[in-house]
Design a protein. Structure first.
Length: 278
């Protein structure tokens, strides 16, 4: 009986230690890359490209929420070291309005031949939509709000804000995208792929998203809390919605003000290579 009690006590102590030490270890970790890993995806662009085109996508940095300026600088260095053709920022940039200026100042270090483009996330709306857009644009970052740009030698990049704040007017896209060779949409929330009717979804050849943080805290690939209306479907990685690939980043930073750590949902940024069909 004593040995059984001892075993139970040891098991309880081990569980308690894991519950306390894992979060502490995660909060103390400062990865050399600024994130835990770089995830790579290779896709074939059916038309519009004559050479491979590399896109860096980073989302959910939440600067100031257990994510320091020093770590942000390492993240920027890591993204630049990948030598992408363009860089896309998927929203939820800061903890609050107090970090917007600092975020924009550091983000000027991001460098790619075809530029840096951003869309807004839900936290960017909470923190002040107009100020966020103005500050990022002053730093040389092109903020796409229901708008798009054709990159020289590359795809069309389109961007929307968080659809729960303002649902995009698809009429702005239809006429232009009808003849676009290959279009990448930055949508902070991957649920947008489910909200679009198939007739509008077909205009986008690829959707890149964040928002879910990969669940942030997961157990065996399951996230008990996930900010999506569609269960675990858009938790992380490549998901097909009809014929449209949706790639969901785990994000770079942390959400929430209490559980500011990750468990089996490593932070990341993405390198997506679009390859010509031939």
């Amino acid at each position: 009986m004593d040995s059984l009690r001892s075993a139970r006590a040891a098991g309880a102590f081990a569980a308690l230690a894991c519950a306390v030490l894992l979060p502490l270890a995660s909060c103390a970790t400062a990865p050399e890359l600024g994130v835990n890993r770089v995830r790579r995806f290779d896709l074939t662009a059916p038309q519009g490209l004559t050479a491979p085109y590399r896109i860096a996508f980073v989302s959910d940095i939440h600067l100031g929420n257990n994510f320091s300026v020093g770590r942000f600088r390492r993240l920027i260095e890591s993204i630049n070291a990948e030598r992408p053709d363009c860089i896309l920022i998927g929203g939820d940039d800061t903890l609050s309005a107090a970090q917007i200026d600092g975020f924009a100042r550091e983000a000027t270090r991001l460098s790619a031949p075809d530029g840096v483009y951003a869309s807004l996330g839900n936290h960017d709306f909470y923190n002040g939509r107009a100020r966020t857009v103005e500050t990022l644009r002053a730093a040389g970052i092109v903020v796409l709000q229901d708008s798009l740009v054709k990159l020289p030698g590359g795809p069309v990049i389109a961007g929307i804000g968080d659809f729960r704040d303002v649902f995009p007017d698809m009429a702005r896209f239809r006429d232009i995208l009808e003849t676009a060779p290959y279009t990448v949409l930055i949508s902070h929330n991957p649920d947008f792929a489910e909200k679009l009717p198939p007739a509008d979804l077909r205009y986008f050849d690829l959707i890149v998203s964040g928002h879910t943080h990969g669940g942030q805290i997961t157990f065996f690939g399951y996230a008990p809390v996930l900010p999506s209306e569609y269960g675990q479907k858009y938790r992380s990685g490549l998901v097909m919605k009809g014929e449209t690939p949706v790639i969901v980043s785990n994000g770079a930073g942390f959400g929430g003000r209490l559980l500011r750590f990750r468990l089996f949902a490593p932070s990341d940024f993405l390198i997506i290579t679009l390859n010509p069909q031939n």
